[in-house]
Design a protein around this ligand. Structure first.
Ligand SMILES: [Zn+2]
Length: 358
């Protein structure tokens, strides 16, 4: 029953206990090896390809996933401003050929993208999913303005140089990107998405390269602008991106100091197997956010056995499941070669061990 899955996810989002712990896994589905017939490059210019690959993933599973996080190519807005990427062999991380903002003056040449013109294919994916998922909740990915500026619209060299020398030019660019995010996200919700997966951190380097003051001035400020403008939509899920070397706990202690409480969202997702375990986050953020995590996208999901995945999911439920407010999810996008048996192991484990009815 769709209403059952809907209520399960929304109860967790409200930090209440549903019938059982919900789960969601996400990846670059058009590039996923076991789906075979989809094109990651095509999905970036054809909304139907993007939607079909997500539907195919759901159908390939033995267990029904509770929430679908739609993952387009992260640089989908940058492509419309003129950035170019080299797509090869359905490889999920195409190389950057050219960025739209090469010089400081280029920030002023960006324009607010129209969701029904430049971003229409992304919106078409939303329309198709809303029709074909029959009420299953899904959220669309919106990358933070500073992350888009750093990775795709421009590059770290340009952004960090302008932050020092030409901050007003950079701010103008961030305003344009933020307004594009607002306009597009509102249309996604109008077309049937339950909300947004808002990605900050962009792979992790901002945590070591930006001071807390810079994070507040160039990241949080525009992130809040976008998230506040979306008002009271059902789901705002914040993804706090990191890598093996850089994360917002190791660099500045922000995670456990409660800094992410500044974000007007319902739920947070981060690589809990790498920094700030679920138990700790439940203490710091448990009265504020639903927590989404528990499975290691990098090691266990990709290289582990189904038994290891099951053990990890059970541990997460024991650590943070009590009282509700937990969604089992990965620490970041699953690699395209993550085996299907490990997706299924997550679904099987929440069904067996995630029940709140005792
Ligand atoms: Zn990430």
């Amino acid at each position: 029953m769709e209403s059952e899955r809907f209520e399960r996810v929304m109860a967790a989002i409200r930090r209440e206990a549903p019938d059982r712990v919900p789960w969601a896994l996400w990846g670059h589905f058009p590039a996923v090896s076991f789906l075979k017939h989809y094109s990651w490059e095509k999905a970036n210019r054809d909304g139907e390809e993007l939607a079909r690959a997500h539907i195919a993933l759901l159908r390939a599973l033995d267990h029904k996933m509770d929430l679908l996080k739609v993952t387009p190519f992260y640089r989908y807005m940058a492509c419309q401003w003129g950035s170019r990427f080299r797509w090869e062999d359905n490889e999920e991380s195409p190389e950057t050929v050219e960025v739209a903002v090469k010089e400081t003056d280029d920030w002023g040449r960006l324009w607010v993208l129209d969701p029904r013109k430049e971003l229409r294919e992304n919106l078409r994916a939303v329309e198709i999913l809303a029709k074909e998922l029959y009420g299953m909740l899904f959220i669309y990915t919106i990358p933070s303005p500073i992350v888009q500026a750093l990775h795709g619209v421009s590059n770290p060299e340009r952004v960090y140089a302008d932050m020092e020398e030409q901050p007003d030019a950079l701010r103008e660019g961030l305003e344009t990107i933020a307004q594009t995010c607002i306009d597009f996200a509102k249309e996604c919700v109008a077309e049937g998405a339950a909300g947004v997966f808002f990605g900050i951190g962009g792979g992790g380097d901002i945590w070591s390269r930006m001071s807390r003051e810079q994070l507040e001035e160039y990241a949080l400020r525009y992130d809040r602008k976008v998230l506040d403008a979306l008002g009271d939509i059902p789901i705002k899920l914040l993804h706090i991106c990191s890598n093996q070397a850089e994360n917002p706990q190791r660099d500045g202690g922000l995670m456990e100091a409660g800094w992410f409480g500044n974000y007007p969202v319902d739920a947070i997702n981060w690589w809990d197997r790498s920094f700030t375990p679920l138990e700790t986050a439940k203490e710091v953020y448990g009265d504020r956010f639903c927590l989404c995590g528990g499975v290691d996208h990098r090691q266990t999901m990709r290289h582990g056995t189904p038994q290891q995945v099951e053990d990890e999911v059970r541990t997460a439920i024991e650590a943070a499941g009590e009282g509700g407010g937990l969604i089992i999810g990965p620490g970041c996008t699953l690699s395209q070669d993550t085996p299907l048996v490990n997706y299924n192991a997550v679904g099987r484990t929440v069904e067996r061990h995630g029940s709140y009815r005792r």
